[in-house]
Structure formats: structure tokens, C-alpha cells
Design a protein around this ligand. Structure first.
Ligand SMILES: [Zn+2]
Ligand SMILES: [Zn+2]
Ligand SMILES: [Zn+2]
Length: 286
């Protein structure tokens, strides 16, 4: 396993610091450096300048907005510190997932929580922000992560698939790692983008090569004709660089979390550690 530790001489010989903080301060608690071979510095910087780092979803389509109507928003009237699975009418529901000591309790044997959902307390709840146990994702990214150059695509230039993400410190099972954000688009818009060469040179040029597949994520499974997708090409955050695992078991699981609204069409997809993750390990999801 390749590792990157901040002050390790062995690591320093393989990886150089190419970028100090990809979000440029937008992740308030956690700068995210990019490391890789110094010979690729200009290519990496060029790839990083091709997208805008965001911390909440963006969309050109005005219909792709959650319903913030208060009548549709979960809330509880628990006293300070009393939010729990046993509180009456708490946002924490008995049939959902919940936190203990800021860690998600993942039922044994479950690698894909499927439709299990977390409803975090929010501004409409009467509990105190500081002492309520049901507020984790809303506190933002707290892990010490680093983007690294995974492959050297010297012929084709560096695309989003040639990066990976490692943790620089131990992450305990159940910890919140990061929330997936990008540009919300309808599947029909993705098709239009492909036809219009929105993705530029990466589109199929008709020479028999596999058509470029935009880096997208389905926000929620639906049978509807037009699905809501997340496109990471022009806008994204750290999750844009996390690889989908094809061989080894992933160490992250996506969980649907609702904080400011309960609109089921727009869940926050949040990655949690499904096992203890050692410093230096690459993060992957399934
Ligand atoms: Zn409560
Ligand atoms: Zn609540
Ligand atoms: Zn609460």
C-alpha cells in the first residue's frame, strides 16, 4: 500500500506538494493539499483550474431546488441534550440511523445502508446546537484529507479519474468523512451536453474509442424518465476526486442525510467510514 505521511522522508521522495489547498479556504476547518510527482505539476495545476470548488450544490435549472417549506421540514421540540432514539417525536427516528458520540451507528453486516436515512436536527428544533447529539454533517468537513495523483496519463492529459484521495490521519468507523456536492442536472441535460461537446475533447471523436462518460452520480434511485444527477465536471468538492472501488472492498458508505429540509428528491449524500481507516489509506466508495 502506498502511503503519504506529512513528514515521512520516504513519502517526500515520491510525492511533492503540488497544491497547498485545493478549496482555497472554502473548507474552513480542513485545507486539502494535492501531492504528486513534481514533474506533473503544470498538468495537475491545469486540471485543477478546470473546475470550481463548491461546498453546496449548484444548478442552472431553477426547478432543481429542494422544497424548503417549513411544513415539509422535520423538527423536534426536545430539551437541550435530550435528543435521542427514545425521545418522543425527535428528529432521530427509531427506524433510521443515528449517531453516538458523533459516530454513525452502522448496523452489523450492513455494507450498503440503502434507504436508511439520517434526519439531523436543524434551526427549527428547540434543542441546543452545541449539546445536541444529532448534528454531525452540518458541522462540515473535519477530516485531514489529501488528493494525490493516481496515474500518469502522459498521453491523454490528466482527467478527474487520475486522482485519488487519502486520509492523512486515522478515521474511526462511523465517522463522517465528506458530503458529495456538484452540479445538479437532469439526465436529459447530460445527454444534451454529450451531444453538444460540452465535455470538449473528452467526448467520443468518432474514431471508435469509448465515448467519454461524464463523472456523474445518481442522486436518488428513481424510475422517473428524467433522473436527477450530479455532474462533477465543472463544479465539485473533495468527493469529485474519490475513486469508485472496482476491486477492493470500499471503506466509505454513502448515507442520505437531511438537515435543512426533508425533500426526498434532494438528499445530502454523505460518506461515512464503514470501518476503521488507517492514516495513508486511499478512500473509496462502492
Ligand atoms: Zn430531538
Ligand atoms: Zn430535532
Ligand atoms: Zn437535537
Amino acid at each position: 500500500m502506498e502511503v503519504y505521511h506529512k513528514d515521512c522522508l520516504k513519502c517526500k521522495s515520491t510525492f511533492s506538494l503540488i497544491h497547498r489547498d485545493i478549496p482555497k479556504g472554502k473548507e474552513k476547518h480542513s485545507p486539502i493539499p494535492c501531492v504528486g510527482p513534481i514533474s506533473l505539476q503544470s498538468q495537475v495545476n491545469s486540471a485543477l483550474s478546470n473546475f470550481t470548488y463548491i461546498t453546496t450544490f449548484v444548478s442552472e435549472n431553477p426547478t432543481l431546488r429542494p422544497d424548503l417549506n417549513i411544513t415539509n421540514t422535520h423538527r423536534c421540540s426536545c430539551d437541550s441534550q435530550s435528543c435521542s432514539t427514545t425521545s418522543y417525536n425527535c428528529c432521530i427516528r427509531g427506524d433510521g440511523l443515528h449517531y453516538v458520540n458523533q459516530k454513525l451507528v452502522i448496523p452489523e453486516g450492513i455494507t450498503e445502508p440503502g434507504n436508511l436515512i439520517v434526519y439531523e436536527c436543524n434551526d427549527f428544533c428547540s434543542c441546543e446546537v452545541k449539546s445536541c447529539s444529532n448534528r454531525v454533517v452540518q458541522k462540515g468537513l473535519r477530516q485531514n484529507l489529501a488528493v494525490f495523483v493516481k496515474d500518469n496519463h502522459s498521453n491523454s492529459g490528466i482527467g478527474v479519474t487520475s486522482f485519488g484521495v487519502r486520509t492523512q490521519r486515522f478515521i474511526e468507523r462511523g465517522s463522517f468523512v465528506c458530503e458529495l456536492v456538484g452540479e445538479l442536472v437532469l439526465s436529459s441535460d447530460i445527454n444534451l451536453r454529450l451531444k453538444s461537446h460540452y465535455y470538449n475533447s473528452k467526448c467520443n471523436s468518432g474514431d471508435g474509442k469509448k465515448a467519454y462518460e461524464p463523472n456523474i452520480f445518481e442522486l436518488y434511485e428513481s424510475e422517473e424518465k428524467f433522473k436527477i444527477l450530479v455532474d462533477f465536471q465543472r463544479y465539485g468538492n473533495i468527493c469529485r476526486f474519490i475513486q469508485k472501488s472496482s476491486s477492493v472492498a470500499p471503506n466509505l458508505i454513502p448515507v442520505k442525510v437531511f438537515v435543512e429540509h426533508s425533500d426526498p428528491r434532494f438528499p445530502s449524500i454523505c460518506f461515512f467510514a464503514n470501518r476503521d481507516i488507517l492514516a495513508g489509506e486511499e478512500l473509496t466508495y462502492g
